[in-house]
Ligand binder design. Structure first.
Ligand code: CTP
Length: 402
């Protein structure tokens, strides 16, 4: 790790703030440099003097201090960082980040920030489990914020449970992982995942059983490999993967609009099980049964093909467009035809017959299909398959990018 990696560390007001001192020490041992913002609350637990002695730099705390602003304004503080870390991240600062509040130097800097953010939550276990905190964490994750911890164990308040600040060495490890340039660093990826729901009326829809497990795992693997990844997800029970920007949509039309919005991109992976059809007419009110009447007939309209649209996006076409082919027979043959028809570069073809357990299951077995042929990949967990695909993509760009 080069000595020039710069971390802007925000120490918020939690009892675990003292551990942030160890984070600085361990991080510096590993070549990181630190600028530190100590919030008012943080300064109740550790002194600016100890932070400055350990970091080797002046500590920042006051948004309105003229000297601080003259020497190093809050904008420059974030612009000069490679990574922004909040440790400990209290329920309060997490809520402020989620809602965009900017009432002190730390939160103003966070709002003016365009660098990757890693937070290490720390709080009482009941606070951590509170739906408000969990909703805020979900919001931050959906925006691409990385989290490390919290862990389980004895808490400073005397209770036991989830909420302990991650070990300082683990926090430094997570920082180094975020700072290491992954093989896909500098590339932009978009991934579609999950089913689409096509509304019949305000309460009914046409959908499918896609779990989103494979698409979400791919988005996570691309982000972990350093690609700036946007995940466009239909309704699934899968949590938002770390490090991705996640856009939640319901219908194929919304998925297409979100995918087009995410262009330009270098890589597009369409793993979503997009509904091929939608009701041609959306009933504005819930459709009622008529006494002794016929069941309604639902006329269908064809949905746009997102994969084919991206592959035909002209100058906006991602350099690598990858699709999936769900087949129940003659898998490779049908997938080759699909690849040619949809004009994508690669297809991962899988057998989705019920006996394979692929739909909704944790494993997948695919044929990897390119213009030059088909390769049978072994049965892998969806996560392993995602990692293998990410490595393949890195290979591809390693070869084709000058
Ligand atoms: N796909 C898409 N938009 C659609 C339909 C499919 O982006 N409206 C993408 C899927 O994400 C997948 C690939 O196309 O990457 C193949 O999907 P699949 O359902 O296997 O193929 P279909 O085109 O629907 O063909 P068929 O159902 O006739 O096999």
């Amino acid at each position: 790790m080069s000595a020039s990696k710069r971390v802007l560390l925000i120490i918020a007001g939690g009892i675990a703030a003292y551990k942030a001192l160890d984070v600085i020490r361990r991080g510096r041992e590993r070549g990181l440099t630190f600028r530190v913002i100590l919030t008012k609350g943080g300064a109740q637990f550790v002194t600016p003097l100890s932070v400055s002695a350990l970091s080797g730099h002046k500590v920042y705390g006051d948004l309105f201090s003229l000297t601080d602003e003259a020497e190093m304004g809050h904008i420059r503080l974030v612009r000069e960082a490679d990574l922004v870390v909040v440790a400990p991240a209290t329920a309060d600062i997490i809520a402020k980040m989620a809602h965009g509040l900017a009432d002190d130097l730390a939160t103003t800097a966070l709002l003016a920030n365009d660098r990757p953010v890693l937070i290490a939550p720390s709080m009482n276990a009941v606070m951590w489990a509170h739906p408000a905190v969990q909703a805020n964490i979900a919001t931050l994750r959906a925006r691409g914020v990385f989290t490390v911890g919290p862990g389980a164990g004895d808490l400073a308040c005397g209770e036991v449970g989830d909420g302990r600040l991650a070990d300082p060495l683990d926090i430094v490890g997570a920082m180094l992982a975020r700072l290491a340039p992954g093989p896909l660093a500098g590339l932009k990826a978009l991934v579609t995942s999950g089913p689409t729901f096509e509304a019949i009326d305000p309460v009914r829809f046409i959908g499918n059983r896609s779990s989103g497990k494979q698409g979400h795992a791919i988005a996570a693997a691309l982000a972990a490999a350093g690609a700036a990844t946007t995940l466009i997800s239909g309704p699934t029970a899968e949590p938002d993967p770390a490090g991705c920007k996640v856009i939640h949509i319901e219908s194929a039309a919304e998925m297409l609009a979100a995918a087009q919005n995410a262009l330009p991109a270098d890589i597009a992976i369409c793993a979503a099980a997009v509904s091929d059809w939608r009701p041609a007419h959306l009933a504005n009110q819930k459709m009622k049964k008529r006494e002794g009447g016929e069941p309604p007939r639902i006329e269908l309209a064809t949905n746009p093909d997102i994969l084919a649209t991206l592959a035909a996006a002209g100058p906006q076409r991602p350099r690598l467009v990858v699709g999936f082919a769900a087949e129940t027979e003659r898998v490779v043959e049908f997938a080759q035809v699909k690849r040619a028809k949809k004009q994508c570069d690669w297809i991962l073809a899988n057998d989705v017959s019920p006996q394979t357990g692929t739909f909704g299951g944790a494993e997948n077995e695919v044929h990897f299909i390119t213009a030059s042929g088909a390769e049978a990949w072994p049965r892998l967990s969806k996560r392993e398959l995602a990692a293998r695909l990410a490595a393949r993509i890195a290979d591809h760009f390693g070869k084709s990018v000058a």
